[in-house]
Design a protein around this ligand. Structure first.
Ligand code: CFM
Length: 474
């Protein structure tokens, strides 16, 4: 698997080891792109920071909580509402964002007083909400504010509230992945085991690493409910703060995104002996295998099989209709983390598209290894890409569609490549059988929409289609 050097990055020679082309019969152990290292100076990375990974990926999906950033207002405001992790309490966690608005004078004199004032003010403004998370940022980490001490003071003064502190400033890791780790461990250290749940079933799970993007989690919970499983907590999509304090009583941790949440599962195994079962809600086959595995664990395989049969019968014909029309279409699969391996081979197998490139912004080597293993020969794999490399890859590969985030997605549109939002989805949920068909329909619509032919027209030269045929410019 030879390294791939981008022309635009020849001035940053270290970048060469961060991209590879999968060669015939290659051995993954001998040549993987480097990954999960600090971004190379000079390369304008598309990564998020460790604060963002802790707060916006994992903390904020919790729904009955005031989430405060202790720092300059930009940290929270500029990252607000870019996600679609919905909840069933009117989306409290998405509607409001809170920051202590640290200014220069606080940097000089300290911002602990300001923090305490803000905590009390926020609880007073929302008297129904009794739970809070507080996030350190680079600025308040550097001046050394003791957030834990302030939270402790407030909890003493207001005995009906509970506060969780996450000390994961932006610089606490090479990317958002560092923040995932920090908040996983802080939660298990400080909150798990502080509430005792009511157990109502013989089959009790935590559903971990699932963030309810456009309702993904609701689809999966419906399957678990039909199997008679009690879901004690959801980490953290649509998650209730107090349910998540009771994670220690589950019989099994069912883990979706291993990149962001394997840490807490591993700790729960060590500390409470709860086994970890990795599953995959995307794609008919991976989802069916996952439901079977959970059924097998509890000895209720027949219940899983009944769901698989019913759902497959209902949705497979629609999926096949799209597969027929998507066959051979070239795709760049450029998400942030684990979706490169969750999706790589199953979209080829079940939708007929061909993955010509995968990338990850913050995946570890293991994510890249799994992603590349699931790609066909010739696929270009890139670690922590920059915008110019993305453009060069699009030029070289000429994909029919790319699955990525908003920022690279808008860039792709400008060069005439349709994009699907791999993070927040276009018309999700994408999990579950029906969701997978919805994903196929979004791909179909992205590729075949006539808007792309119109967008690539040069109206000064090309004939313009109108309702009565083509009009040629003068
Ligand atoms: Fe896991 Fe995620 Fe992802 Fe992730 Fe993300 Fe995301 Fe993603 Mo955006 S937790 S690693 S940090 S599956 S926010 S819900 S879509 S980059 S591939």
């Amino acid at each position: 698997m030879p390294y791939h050097e981008f022309e635009c990055s020849t001035c940053i020679p270290e970048r060469k080891q961060h991209a590879v082309v999968k060669a015939p019969g290659e051995d993954l152990t001998s040549c993987l792109p480097l990954g999960y290292l600090n971004t190379i100076p000079g390369s304008i990375s598309e990564r998020g920071c460790a604060y963002c990974g802790a707060k916006h990926v994992i903390g904020t999906p919790m729904k009955d909580v005031i989430h405060i950033s202790h720092g300059p207002i930009g940290c929270t405001y500029d990252t607000w509402q870019t996600k679609r992790y919905i909840s069933d309490n009117g989306n409290f966690q998405l509607r409001y964002t809170f920051a202590t608005d640290v200014r220069e004078k606080h940097i000089v004199f300290g911002a602990e007083k300001l923090l305490k004032q803000n905590i009390i003010e926020a609880f007073k403004a929302h008297p129904d909400i009794k739970r809070m998370t507080i996030y350190q940022t680079c600025a308040t980490a550097l001046i050394g504010d003791d957030i834990d001490a302030i939270a402790g003071e407030v909890m003493e003064e207001m005995p009906d509230v509970d506060i969780f502190v996450c000390n994961s400033p932006g610089f606490a890791g090479p990317s958002q992945s560092g923040g995932h780790h920090k908040i996983n461990i802080a939660w298990v250290n400080n909150k798990v085991g502080t509430v005792e749940p009511e157990i109502t079933s013989d089959y009790v799970i935590n559903y971990v690493g699932e963030y309810n993007i456009q309702g993904d989690q609701e689809v999966m919970l419906d399957f678990f409910k039909r199997m008679g499983i009690q879901v004690l907590s959801t980490f953290t999509g649509n998650g209730k703060y107090d349910d998540l304090r009771a994670m220690h009583r589950a019989h099994l941790n069912v883990l979706e995104c291993a990149r962001s949440a394997e840490y807490i599962c591993n700790e729960l195994r060590v500390r409470y002996g709860i086994p970890r079962l990795d599953i995959d809600g995307f794609g008919f086959e991976p989802l069916s295998a996952s439901l079977r595995k959970i059924g097998l664990f509890f000895g209720i395989e027949d219940r899983a099989q009944a769901i698989i049969d019913e759902e497959t019968r209902k949705w497979k014909p629609a999926l096949d209709w799209y597969k027929e029309r998507l066959k051979g279409k070239k795709v760049c699969l450029w998400p942030g983390g684990s979706k490169l391996w969750h999706w790589a081979n199953v979209i080829e197998e079940e939708m007929g598209v061909r993955v010509v490139s995968v990338y990850t912004k913050f995946g570890h080597q293991g994510d890249m290894e799994k992603g590349i293993a699931r790609c066909s020969e010739g696929a270009l794999a890139i670690d922590d890409p920059n915008e110019l490399e993305g453009l060069e890859a699009l030029e070289r590969l000429k994909p029919d569609v790319i699955f990525t985030g908003k920022r690279p997605g808008e860039v792709a549109k400008k060069v005439g490549v349709p994009y699907l939002n791999a993070h927040a989805y276009h018309n999700g949920p994408y999990k579950g059988y029906e969701g997978w068909v919805r994903f196929a329909r979004d791909i179909y619509n992205a590729i075949y929409s006539p808007i792309h032919q119109l967008a690539s027209l040069d109206i000064s030269k090309d004939p313009i289609p109108t309702s009565h045929g083509f009009m040629t410019p003068e």
